[in-house]
Design a protein around this ligand. Structure first.
Ligand SMILES: [Zn+2]
Ligand SMILES: [Zn+2]
Length: 249
């Protein structure tokens, strides 16, 4: 009799796990139960916090800017940089709930969260995406070693969700990361630019020629990674490259 209690409690655990799989109505961010009336896995409160963009941003680098900054040639922090993309849009600053969501999405099983954020972003900014007249979306790839470590590429999941919501082709595999690079945020700006040089190659599947491409990544720090990806896509014939990043540091 003594072993029936553990057995039944583990059965309860299994059943509640199944329940979550079938009716996953706990918010993926705050873990509170909420009434679902759509297929998004984040509660209304967390959605509002995620989609809250309190700042004006630079159209060239998506950095936070003050109210009266002239951005004709970029903001003070990007005006002197040579960047290979045309523009950057962001979902928000790398802070608060959005930062929390990005860190969670990097974990194994973060795929549903990455997709949910992508759909929330399109719901908020559809007009801005439409104005870019994009032909195809290309996620920033991970090096295969990093992808195996993490189990999936969150930028690829994000690109799929955005592409589906906008009805655009997603060029998965158009870019390859052929060089493992150290974690960029621990490096100085000039070291980042140096490290990322030659990190990407356009694959044989790349169909970017003549197209307006939007590259998608989770976090942008200096823009060196997105700029190098844009350079490679333009060398492969892309007419324009814009970047969409979930968060800008
Ligand atoms: Zn929540
Ligand atoms: Zn700027």
């Amino acid at each position: 009799m003594t072993d029936t209690l553990p057995a039944s409690s583990s059965l309860i655990q299994i059943l509640s796990g199944l329940d979550r799989l079938i009716y996953p109505s706990d918010c993926l961010l705050c873990e509170r139960r909420f009434d679902r009336n759509d297929s998004l896995s984040v509660c209304p409160d967390c959605r509002n916090q995620l989609a809250h963009e309190p700042f004006a941003t630079c159209p060239r680098c998506a950095g936070t800017i003050g109210p009266f900054v002239d951005t004709t040639d970029g903001c003070p922090s990007c005006a002197k940089e040579s960047l290979h993309f045309e523009s950057v849009i962001r979902f928000g600053p790398y802070d608060g709930k959005l930062r929390d969501a990005i860190l969670r999405a990097k974990q194994l099983s973060g795929e549903i969260l990455a997709e949910t954020i992508g759909r929330l972003w399109v719901a908020r900014d559809r007009d801005r995406f439409d104005r870019l007249s994009i032909d195809a979306i290309v996620p920033i790839p991970l090096h295969w070693v990093r992808r195996i470590e993490r189990g999936y590429n969150q930028s690829a999941a994000l690109a799929d969700a955005i592409g589906q919501a906008l009805g655009l082709r997603v060029g998965q595999g158009w870019l390859r990361r052929i060089k493992p690079t150290p974690k960029q945020y621990t490096q100085s700006a000039s070291a980042r630019r140096e490290n990322i040089k030659g990190a990407f190659r356009a694959s044989i599947r790349c169909r970017a020629r003549g197209l307006r491409i939007m590259i998608v990544d989770d976090v942008m720090t200096t823009g060196a990674t997105a700029s190098e990806a844009a350079r490679v896509l333009k060398a492969a014939g892309a007419a324009q490259v814009h970047a969409a990043v979930l968060a800008r540091r």
